[in-house]
Design a binder for this molecule. Structure first.
Ligand code: MSP
Length: 687
């Protein structure tokens, strides 16, 4: 069976897992799951980097021994990854005996070949980056600008200089070794600038007796980077398990952040492997950073940013740290996801990180954006499609899947799946998700265009079957295609579609057309991603609306409630009541009317006449409740444009908040929605 070894960096345990480290790990998990779904024998490795001076200092700061610190923090990583549904196969710790053994054996091997020799080191050391520098004109670390420490001592050296040409040849002959290309170019420039031999030990005293002892010379311990990189082969069976090594080495891909690419993964690591004659990993993928205010997300920046978020009463998510678990909990709370479905919030975060932050470049992280994406992509696009499809199946076919029939969705799905698979294989998960999304967008358009409710009214049953089957298949295939990104949500979608078997076993070849069988019983829809009703943060703030409320108060109470005439009807009768009172143009101007596009529409439970509409009003999405359910099917409204009063005082109707009112004509007892006579940009002012 073809194997696929994928690794994350092993994380320093002086800090808690945060979104930055979660990002790397989620990317790797998505790729690992994708390859498992392809039937490959995947070995997904992650873990913690527990030696090194950083750890000793962190332990001292916390009043703990290094051992106590590494045990506690390593457990935190494991539990964070459990929360995020990370499907690693091994969690390696650099204090594990097999890792220690591997480092010592590799060290001895390179001593024997003459690649490691003993000498005297004089230079500079950056504790934060755990990196040595020979020159430091300003005494500051060239990478992080922190003060360097001067060091002078006996040391073992690795003959890195010897490998310069071999490394350049590697990059010349295998341009895909490091991706993306921009990173490869940085590596080549670094090597071309010249490589010096590298100090690869510290004295035992300097390191407070913490670290892996140099074999045969216990007064020295191995430098943390020289030690850490070895984890990749230790876990794959080096040195004593050739069968395992044969199966799982070389790694298919190391996923790393760009900060640890050039010096370590792309230079030192291949040189070490060349030294012991072991195959090089097939590829190294270096992603950019998650940024906050244009700077790499780090502990101090996160704290600064959080204090701003905390002061903002409209902040959508209430978080006090950027620990992934906390974000997930907050997301779960604002989206009202029940505890037993908390994995859905995890999936939403996974989706956001993968979709919104393509690995090539640095990307600004924002909680607002997370909520926006959640609502627009997950609650609206995906949620809508499933909801519309399942409710039509219930209404028109008692929930039973009709006879499979190819239709316009067949080639669209096939192309999207093909492209998504290709993108996953090319280590471009964000693009893969984009392709999978085409299935969802196209299906929503397909429904709008085919108007199944009209087909039903006109008894065009065969055509209706084609549409219903196409949409149900689209939901199923989208779920399978996205299973590596959102494993729990995919399972839930498949469950509602009534797919038999354990969807955990979902294999990529299930993306083929025709998986849903005729007569298969689907379930009534339950929202997989309940919408987040976040406080609005638009230009017309709540305060402004309150100021304006005198003109709308009287009209608000009646029109939207279930027992009275529909919204627009009452709005117009309220206007009639006041007809005798002329108003000035300025008074009229206080009523802000805008064009909105209906993104989602659904019935309000327990209220016969009410619909809950989600509108795109240009600069934001908002929800209104409207009493038009008698005359408009929710599915028929999605995608239509309407006119809406946007500065009406918010009201709560049957427990659902309404932030505005739509306009409609009240014509002979019927409600007729007002609609622009050609498409207008959402948010366009009406006057
Ligand atoms: N221990 C070393 C790695 C040894 S691998 C043999 C190390 N650890 S680290 O904890 O400091 O960071 C590891 C990785 O975490 C980074 O390379 C990167 O992949 C990820 N990230 C940490 N902060 C990040 C962001 N703000 N954004 C994206 N990734 C980030 O270096």
């Amino acid at each position: 069976m073809k194997s696929f070894t994928i690794t994350t960096p092993i994380y320093y345990i002086n800090d808690h897992p945060h979104l930055g480290t979660a990002y790397t790990t989620i990317l790797a998990d998505v790729l690992a799951r994708f390859h498992r779904a392809q039937g490959e024998d995947v070995f997904f490795l992650t873990g913690t980097d527990e030696n090194g001076e950083k750890i000793i200092r962190a332990a001292q700061d916390k009043g703990l021994s290094p051992r106590e610190l590494v045990d506690t923090m390593s457990a935190q990583y494991r539990s964070a990854w459990e929360t995020l549904d990370i499907s690693y196969d091994r969690f390696i710790r650099t204090t594990d005996p097999d890792h220690v053994e591997a480092v010592q054996r590799l060290f001895s091997h390179l001593q024997q070949t003459g690649d490691i020799y003993k000498g005297r080191y004089e230079g500079w050391y950056c504790v934060h980056d755990e990196t040595f520098f020979v020159d430091a004109p300003d005494g500051l670390c060239p990478e992080c600008k922190r003060p360097l420490e001067k060091v002078q001592r006996d040391s073992y050296f690795f003959k890195l200089s010897r490998y310069a040409q071999q490394l350049l040849d590697l990059y010349e002959s295998n341009p895909q070794f490091v991706v993306p290309e921009i990173r490869r170019n940085e590596v080549v420039r670094f090597i071309q600038d010249g490589l010096r031999d590298m100090s690869i030990t510290r004295t035992r005293a300097e390191n407070n007796a913490w670290g892996i002892p140099v074999p045969g010379d216990p007064n020295h311990v191995v430098y943390v980077w020289f030690d850490a990189l070895v984890n990749y082969i230790a876990a794959a069976g080096y040195p004593d398990n050739p069968a395992r090594l044969d199966q799982y080495w070389p790694a298919a891909v190391h996923i790393v952040g760009k900060d640890i690419l050039v010096r370590f993964h792309a230079t030192l690591w291949p040189a070490m492997l060349m030294g012991i004659g072991l195959a090089l990993p097939k590829q190294i993928m270096a992603h950019g950073w998650l940024m906050i205010n244009d700077r790499k997300m780090s502990k101090s920046l996160i704290e600064q940013q959080l204090s701003q978020w905390k002061q903002d009463p409209n902040a959508p998510l209430k978080v006090t740290s950027l620990r992934p678990g906390e974000i997930v909990r907050s997301l779960q709370e604002v989206a009202a996801i029940p505890d037993e479905k908390s994995a859905i919030a995890v999936d939403a975060l996974r989706y956001f990180l993968v979709r919104d932050l393509p690995p090539g470049a640095d990307a600004e992280f924002s909680l607002d954006r997370l909520v926006e994406r959640y609502n627009s992509d997950l609650a609206n696009d995906l949620g809508n499609l499933l909801n519309r499809t399942l409710s039509m199946l219930q209404r028109y076919r008692q929930g039973l899947v009709p006879q499979p029939a190819e239709g316009p969705m067949t080639p669209i799905i096939a192309e999207a799946v093909e492209a998504a698979g290709e993108a996953f294989r090319e280590l471009l998960p964000s693009e893969a998700v984009g392709h999978a999304w085409k299935i969802i967008t196209a299906s929503n358009h397909y429904i709008d265009e085919k108007k199944p409710w009209v087909l039903q009214k006109e008894s065009r049953q065969e055509e209706l079957d084609v549409v219903l089957y196409g949409c149900a298949e689209a939901c199923r295939v989208a779920a399978v295609t996205m299973a590596s990104v959102m494993p729990s949500a995919s399972r839930e979608i498949l469950r509602q579609l009534g797919c038999p078997g354990d969807p955990r076993e979902t294999q990529w070849d299930h993306t083929g057309w025709g998986g849903l069988k005729a007569g298969q019983q689907t379930l009534p829809p339950e929202p997989v991603f309940p919408r987040i009703e976040a406080p609005r943060r638009d230009s017309g703030s709540q305060k402004d609306q309150r100021k304006d409320s005198n003109i709308t108060d009287s009209t608000m109470k009646t029109p939207l409630s279930d027992s009275t005439a529909p919204a627009a009807a009452s709005a117009s009768s309220a206007a009639t009541e006041k007809a005798a009172d002329e108003i000035s143009i300025d008074e009229f101007a206080r009523v802000q009317i805008r064009i909105a596009t209906i993104k989602n529409a659904e019935r309000v439970e327990g209220a016969r006449k009410l619909l809950r509409l989600i509108l795109d009003v240009g600069d934001e999405e908002r929800q209104i409740v409207s009493g038009i359910a008698d005359q408009y099917e929710p599915e028929a409204l999605i995608g239509r444009q309407i006119a809406v009063i946007v500065n009406l005082k918010p009201a709560t109707i049957r427990g659902v908040q309404s932030f505005g009112m739509l306009l409609a004509a009240d014509s002979e007892g019927k409600v007729i929605l007002l609609q622009p006579d050609s498409p207008a940009a959402p948010g366009s002012r009406v006057r």
